[in-house]
Write a protein that binds this ligand. Structure first.
Ligand code: FAD
Ligand code: FES
Length: 242
């Protein structure tokens, strides 16, 4: 089955590939370490955006940043399972009850898989309407979806990390996006009246090996330096030293 690559927003692409072995075992929050081809030396990490295990489809959504991600847009049909590898990282924990998903920009992508597997509401924030992604997909998968843009060109105007959230109906919060946004989510939870739900954040660092050997991807946590590729990318937010 050929890969399907299509542009879904400004400089942002969706890639669907047939990878039944990967689809059968992938969990929300995990990532693939992809050999993008075209002479790129290191593999590039991309979060699993969505999976349909019934038909063996895996979806990634990515922004073109450099050589590797550009190669994925022109390499249609060449992405074999050996170049995707196996799902890596820990993924989001199992949760009983409703989960609030907070996705900033590209950070919305890994949360779609969670939206399909958990009982969820979603709060999505983008710079503007041209960079908004996956809103129909979240609307189909979640209870309530709120969309914000910084310039007000779509949804409500504002930054999602600065709005007041009623956390009382949620058993957990999953967040993915820029580090400053994640930190603001952590502060918002800390300042919320107790009891507040646990916040799980998906962290991003540059990677080399992708399987825990090289320590390129470490981030500071209360238990020492943790490897985002192996110990994460999902961390309980109170564990992270911001
Ligand atoms: C666990 C994890 C999951 C990710 N999931 C996604 C995803 O679902 N969608 C997506 O678009 N991107 C995701 N990224 C970021 C993505 O891996 C990088 O954008 C990509 O590797 C850039 O490769 P490139 O060859 O196109 O660019 P390069 O030529 O390697 O770099 C181009 C620019 O991107 C920057 N860059 C490279 N790697 C990263 C990184 N890890 N984080 C931030 N900036 C980087 C470089 O500093 C440089 O400025 C993820 C990163 C991690 C660690
Ligand atoms: S990328 Fe090598 S330890 Fe994480």
């Amino acid at each position: 089955m050929p890969n399907v690559v299509r542009q879904i927003a400004e400089n942002i692409f969706s890639l669907e590939t047939y990878a039944p072995e990967f689809a059968a075992v992938a969990k929300p929050g995990q990532f693939a370490h992809i050999d993008c081809g075209g002479g790129t030396y290191l593999r590039r990490p991309l979060s699993v955006c969505d999976v349909d295990a019934n038909i063996g489809l895996v979806r990634f959504v990515f922004e073109v940043k450099g050589k590797g991600t550009r190669q994925l847009t022109i390499d249609n049909g060449q992405l074999t399972i050996s170049r995707i590898g196996s799902p890596l990282g820990n993924g989001f924990p199992p949760i009983e009850g409703r989960v609030l998903l907070i996705g900033g920009g590209l950070g919305a992508a890994p949360l779609l898989f969670a939206a399909r597997r958990y009982d969820t509401d979603a709060l999505l924030g983008f710079a503007d309407a041209h960079r908004a992604i996956l809103i129909p997909d979240f609307s189909a998968a979640c209870g309530n979806v709120s969309v914000f843009t910084i310039d007000g060109s779509l949804g409500k105007t504002g930054m999602i990390d600065f709005i007041n959230i009623d956390y009382s109906k949620y058993s957990a919060v999953f967040a993915c996006g820029p580090r400053a946004m994640l930190h603001n989510c952590q502060l918002s939870i800390i300042n919320y009246q107790l009891p507040s739900p646990p916040l799980y954040v998906s962290m991003e660092e540059h990677m080399a090996c992708g399987y825990g050997a090289c320590l390129v991807c470490v981030c500071a946590t209360k238990s020492g330096y943790s490897r985002v590729c192996k110990d994460g990318p999902v961390f309980e937010s109170g564990e992270v030293i911001w």
